[in-house]
Design a protein around this ligand. Structure first.
Ligand code: ATP
Ligand code: ZN
Length: 219
């Protein structure tokens, strides 16, 4: 890693990793193969990658440690609600990593929005969930969980959950059904709100142009 190269944070391993790397590849950027390392280097462009957990990407970009990042709108949105001054800017919507943050209820329940009033809702996205509830004029208690949110209703921890859904299979397997959409999400390219040194700014513009080209051809 070197400070005279543009820094980009992408997910190390997970649902966004392959397509984040694929996007860079389609943009003509060759990444040196790495095993188990936390950084990787482009061999034909002044770019370094930081390979991190998706949850850490907004922090790195907000602090300017990385000028760029690729992250889900769900993770970005939750972070931004907690740190509105962070100033992270969305440069492009990338069309992959699509999922929805949804309220789910027990399958057998005849659901009505008013059922949420005064209830307990388990989620890993407390701020997005709180904001959505406030927008609906509903007051409910949020139970924050790091994972296995689908288990909460069965365990009696909460009556409802607010969780990411793509196919709905996990919900169904846990006796739940989606009833309301809180957020539609996809991966986005983000840039820091901090000032970018001129050398990096030129590389960033060039990379952005190439990525826009890739997005247009795949639309
Ligand atoms: P990490 O180890 O990086 O913290 P993670 O387990 O939090 O990984 P993944 O499950 O790899 O994250 O998901 C990364 C992102 O992929 C999500 O934040 C979301 O934007 C997107 N995504 C797309 N489909 C789904 C889905 N069905 N469930 C969860 N996330 C999804
Ligand atoms: Zn994560």
């Amino acid at each position: 890693m070197s400070i005279d190269r543009l820094q980009m944070a992408i997910q190390k391993s997970g649902r966004l990793s392959d397509q984040s790397r694929g996007l860079l590849k389609s943009a003509g950027i060759k990444i040196q193969a790495n095993k188990g390392q936390l950084t990787a280097r482009a061999t034909n462009f002044p770019l370094d990658l930081m390979l991190v957990r998706d949850d850490d990407i907004p922090t790195f970009v907000a602090d300017g440690v990385c000028e760029l990042g690729i992250v889900g709108e769900n993770v970005l949105g939750e972070y931004a609600l907690g740190r509105p001054e962070a100033g992270i800017e969305i440069l492009a919507r990338l069309g992959f990593g699509r999922c929805s943050l949804k309220i789910a209820a027990p399958q057998e329940e005849e659901f009505d929005l008013s059922n949420l009033e005064g209830s307990r809702i388990a989620t890993s996205y407390p701020l997005l969930t709180k904001k959505w509830l406030a927008d609906q004029g509903i007051s409910a208690e949020i139970v924050t969980m790091r994972g296995a949110v689908e288990l909460a209703p069965r365990l009696g921890i909460a009556s409802y959950i607010c969780d990411l859904v793509s196919t709905g299979q996990t919900l169904e397997a846990n006796g739940l059904k989606p009833v309301q959409t809180v957020l539609e999400s996809e991966a986005v390219l983000v840039r820091t709100g901090r000032e970018i040194v001129p050398d990096h700014a030129a590389a960033l513009d060039q990379l952005k142009t190439r990525i826009d080209g890739v997005i247009q051809t795949s639309e």
